[in-house]
Design a protein around this ligand. Structure first.
Ligand SMILES: [Zn+2]
Length: 255
């Protein structure tokens, strides 16, 4: 059973908070973020910011790390797809996990950017998927996946066909079969680095894993996503001496 429900809630700040209107153009554009609120200072002053430009191939200065592991639940989910005015975010009822080194991060939500935020060899892709994971002690790990023009990809239909068009709108679906690893490309080599949130407050210390191979979706699917997202991509940031690691991702069935 699939049903939708439209919830109209304002995207302005809750009572007691100062409404700060950040966005991607005009007065709230990325270059202005740090000026909008003292809490956003890191957007300008940080030296470990995201996104970054990634190389086409791993050079000799790139360290090689063991692959991260992703534990995937293969059963029906309840899905909430929310348009928060900045992106379209999908939340799940139960948690797939990402394990990087000794740290276990639980999947909280995934969302999209158009065009891609990370670039590869200076090139943008039409879209980038971010799977946001959080550890028990509050650290974040984000898996980035580039989306490019390709064949129709039915694995994206559950989300693409139920995009809430207006800010504040939400779609709720029950009993959806969706496997996270089905959203990923077959090749799982990745670059890893320590960066930040790509939206205010640009908090640093985020473990990034960006898959190097894009996944294809068709032109209609790209258009549907891009029309709802508008342009929600922060420009690439300087590495400031940070080193990238070459790694990979192994998807396993959750126990
Ligand atoms: Zn993102």
């Amino acid at each position: 059973m699939v049903f939708t429900l439209l919830v109209l809630t304002g995207i302005s700040a809750r009572a007691g908070e100062v409404a700060v209107h950040w966005g991607y153009d005009g007065h709230g554009a990325p270059a202005q973020w740090a000026m909008l609120s003292p809490e956003y200072a890191e957007c300008a002053q940080g030296t470990r910011q995201s996104p970054v430009d990634l190389p086409v191939s791993a050079g000799t200065d790139v360290a090689v790390e063991p692959p991260a592991r992703m534990e995937v639940f293969h059963h029906e989910h309840a899905l909430d797809i929310a348009n928060n005015g900045h992106t379209v975010a999908v939340t799940y009822d139960d948690g797939d996990q990402l394990i990087v080194g000794d740290t276990v991060y639980r999947l909280e939500q995934y969302h999209f950017h158009a065009p891609s935020e990370h670039t590869i060899g200076g090139e943008h892709f039409p879209l980038e998927l971010h799977l946001v994971h959080r550890s028990r002690d509050g650290r974040l790990a984000v898996l980035g996946v580039m989306l490019e023009h390709g064949l129709h990809n039915a694995r994206y239909d559950a989300v693409v066909n139920h995009l809430p068009p207006a800010p504040g709108a939400k779609t709720h679906m029950e009993h959806v079969n969706i496997d996270i690893d089905a959203l990923l490309p077959a090749s799982r080599s990745a670059f890893s680095y320590v960066g930040s949130l790509t939206t205010p407050p640009c908090t640093e210390g985020v473990r990034w894993l960006v898959l190097r191979t894009p996944v294809g979706i068709d032109k209609g699917q790209i258009t549907q996503l891009a029309e709802v997202l508008h342009h929600n991509s922060r420009p690439t940031q300087a590495l400031h001496g940070r080193r990238l690691s070459a790694t990979g991702l192994e998807a396993i069935d959750a126990p």
